[in-house]
Design a protein around this ligand. Structure first.
Ligand code: GLA
Length: 384
């Protein structure tokens, strides 16, 4: 409510009369990391931290934007050459451009926006921003673009305007998120299924520990991982033409091409093939109410992301090890990696001792405190 009020006050001050409010969400992902662009499964949910905007047509062909978090304003036109200089505004510009490319109408508008998704924590603040504007622009212009295409508008914005060759998971979660539900998405067929998720009822809590580490070269390292996966899939396709994505491959087929590809690509692919299966096993365990087995798989994912995919870092490995030592049910680096958070599934009675120990020991070792976020699985993009 407080954020909504601040946005509204600013909107009145900048643009006179008020407009319409929209919101969208960041996401967590329980399991299935770096599987989306490999045609595998992911298992995310939208969270109670997101982006909000107040927006109104202005009768011109220009967009006037104000970011409360950056306390900065900018304006841009809607043609390709009008790309704004500010990195934060490029997300909104990209969404406008991608909407137009799909035949949608984008009339000039004024907007003020703000968010409470921590930046660089791996909670997809950028997807929340893209989805919020993709949804709002679609709704206001009555374009009738469906929700999958709205998610793809956000993804293409990352590809074409922000330099990250990301998969569909973050924008999907942000557009399709539903309170109390995780969503398993098959990123190849785009079939999805909601899974009611209420860890508290089963005696568990979800907590994120943010290492506050951000790696400058994260997007180029991410794109490099993707290229390794595509290379491994292409090598297997020679013997097995059905391998469209890495997720179509079997472990044995990867073994066949081991000598033909760089060892690094082999290790990346080995992780992904294992991770795709783990999502299915994790969901089965969850449906049985077997949180302990599910948690164990989170540790397996961490191992793979750290040792095979190499997207963890010293700080995240430290948090993961501490979780293991304290008998936390499940723990792993979440999102793209290269810094950010661990996601932890922890028994209620262990919550406080774990969080206290993590803060104390991490601070002692690295000289800065980690941040702790409790998350609630919530709704995605919507009109308020
Ligand atoms: C980032 C990307 C997603 C996905 C994850 C890793 O969040 O935006 O598409 O690849 O990393 O699972």
């Amino acid at each position: 409510m407080e954020m909504q009020n601040k946005i509204h006050q600013k909107f009145l001050a900048c643009f006179g009369e008020g407009g319409t409010m929209y919101a969208s969400a960041g996401r967590v992902n329980l399991i299935g990391e770096h599987t989306d662009y490999n045609g595998g499964y992911v298992f995310p949910g939208a969270i109670d931290k997101g982006i909000m905007t107040e927006i109104k047509f202005n009768g011109t062909d220009k967009v006037n934007l104000y970011s409360l978090d950056y306390d900065a304003a900018t304006s841009f036109g809607l043609a390709e050459e009008d790309k704004p200089a500010e990195a934060w505004a490029r997300y909104v510009f990209g969404v406008c451009r991608e909407t137009i490319k799909r035949g949608g109408k984008v009339a000039g508008f004024d907007a003020v926006f703000a968010g409470d998704v921590p930046l660089g924590a791996g909670l997809s603040s950028s997807a929340a921003l893209e989805s919020c504007f993709a949804f709002a622009i679609n709704d206001l212009n009555q374009n009738g673009i469906d929700k999958f295409e709205l998610a793809k508008i956000g993804q293409s914005t990352e590809h074409n305007y922000c330099g990250v060759k990301c998969g569909i998971m973050d924008q999907f979660a942000s557009c399709f998120g539903k309170k109390g539900n995780l969503i398993r998405l098959n990123c190849k067929t785009l079939e999805y299924k909601y899974f009611p998720f209420d860890p508290e009822a089963a005696g568990y809590k979800l907590v994120l520990i943010d290492s506050c580490v951000k790696h400058e070269l994260a997007s180029s390292a991410y794109n490099k991982r993707r290229a390794s996966c595509e290379n491994a899939a292409a090598a297997m396709r020679k013997n097995h033409p059905d391998v469209e994505f890495l997720s179509d491959a079997k472990r044995l087929w990867l073994e066949e091409v081991r000598a033909d590809i760089p060892e690094e690509d082999f290790l990346r692919a080995e992780y992904v093939i294992g991770e795709v299966q783990r999502v299915l096993d994790f969901c089965d365990a969850l449906e049985r109410g077997d949180y302990e087995t599910a948690g164990e798989m989170m540790y397996q994912t961490h191992f793979g992301m750290s040792k095979l995919y190499e997207v963890s870092c010293e700080e995240l490995d430290f948090l993961n090890k501490l979780a293991r030592k304290m008998d936390v049910t499940g723990s792993r680096v979440m999102g793209g990696g290269f810094g950010g958070c661990t996601i932890n599934l922890v028994k209620k009675e262990l919550y406080k001792p774990f969080v206290d120990a993590a803060v104390e020991q991490f601070t002692a070792k690295f000289g800065h405190a980690p941040k702790v976020y409790d998350v609630v699985i919530s709704d995605g993009a919507r009109k308020l």
